[in-house]
Ligand binder design. Structure first.
Ligand SMILES: [Zn+2]
Length: 367
């Protein structure tokens, strides 16, 4: 069912360099001396056609000498967004700067807007496939994943930032919104949530019971299971084996998107991709999870612990707990690899995958 990403490189011939100071994790083939970047996390397949639900954005220019160009054109949806979001997004785009030098990727205003800083989406003038960046005040921030090659529908590429609490003058909270915007841009580029990789349980423990809304979901489930009405609403909790209510929550409601969607929507962004039809085309590598990725959640994101877990002693109340393969040592996860949001950036492997999805077409200047 899954098109598993298989590294077609022979490990016997390779030296693997892993260091935190490197820009990228690199794999060098000793016989050919060709260096490639380790693709690390969960993303759209590298295919620019309608055979998958989504792929990387198209190349506008293919030029092996001067470099390919794969611009992600964008505009702002509505007056509020035009007036308030450009400077915020300038900082969010900048977080991806490190990926640009090694890839054909660019964030670029819709050609209709020229150089004007305030680029408002204008149907009929801005491109149908342009990314529309808007503001919402309900629900969570969200974005479309990669480029949709199966549709020509105008407005199919969107990024909606929840701006409740955002003020351009509040410098203290600004880094929080910039990081969220940069994370959403990661989805637009084509990256999925690292913690939803189907094999994530090897590297991270998901504590569903610490998610906000768990107690209410549990109560609803108990209520339904105690009723005698047919058909049973949680059949996977009854057959082939009768599960306790806690098991029903942990092994069914917190694991399968159909059940989560009905009984505990707060868990949806933690369900592994193999149990989510919408993410069926995503690919992942064989390497361990990238816990520095800008596409993974912080350990306390979504926690029911008071004050969003700020005063908690890790791992009390944590939703995601990182664990080292081998030693089993546990650690707190910080999105973008830094406790300080202002310093959080795409990881080396985030950049590495961008380089693969949007190859520049020329050598990276190595000698
Ligand atoms: Zn996300």
């Amino acid at each position: 069912m899954f098109s598993l990403f298989l590294a077609k490189l022979s490990f016997m011939l390779m030296t693997i360099y892993v260091c935190s100071a490197c820009v990228f994790d690199e794999v060098t083939n000793n016989s050919t001396n060709i260096t490639t970047l380790i693709p690390r996390y969960y993303s759209v397949p590298n295919q620019r056609d309608s055979s998958t639900q989504y792929g990387p954005w198209p190349f506008e220019v293919i030029d092996d000498v001067n470099g390919n160009q794969a611009p992600i054109y964008y505009c702002y949806e509505g007056a509020w967004a035009v007036n308030n979001l450009p400077l915020l997004f300038a900082d969010a785009f900048a977080k991806w700067n490190g990926a640009f030098g090694f890839s054909a990727l660019r964030f670029q205003q819709d050609p209709f807007c020229g150089d004007a800083l305030e680029c408002e989406c204008a149907i009929g003038n801005t491109r149908d496939d342009t990314l529309r960046i808007g503001a919402v005040r309900t629900g969570i921030s969200h974005a479309s994943l990669g480029y949709n090659y199966q549709s020509n529908e105008p407005g199919r590429h969107v990024l909606n930032l929840n701006v409740v609490g955002y003020s351009p003058f509040d410098l203290a909270s600004r880094p929080v919104y910039v990081l969220i915007a940069a994370h959403e841009l990661g989805h637009v580029i084509g990256l999925g949530h690292e913690h939803q990789r189907p094999d994530r349980d090897s590297d991270v423990d998901f504590h569903c019971e610490n998610l906000v809304g768990y107690a209410a979901a549990h109560a609803k489930v108990v209520d339904s299971r105690q009723s005698w009405s047919l058909p049973r609403k949680l059949p996977a909790c009854d057959l082939p084996k009768w599960l306790t209510d806690d098991e029903c929550m942990q092994n069914v409601v917190c694991k399968f998107s159909d059940y989560a969607w009905t009984w505990f929507p707060e868990a949806m962004n933690f369900i592994t991709g193999d149990q989510q039809p919408a993410w069926k085309d995503l690919e992942w590598p064989t390497w361990a999870l990238d816990t520095y990725s800008i596409m993974i959640y912080n350990s306390y994101d979504g926690t029911s612990y008071p004050n969003n877990g700020r005063d908690a002693t890790f791992p009390d109340g944590a939703v995601l707990v990182g664990k080292q393969r081998g030693s089993g040592a546990i650690f707190e996860i910080f999105q973008g690899g830094n406790r300080e949001r202002a310093k959080a950036i795409p990881s080396g492997r985030d950049k590495g995958r961008v380089g693969q999805l949007y190859p520049r077409g020329i050598r990276y200047g190595r000698t």
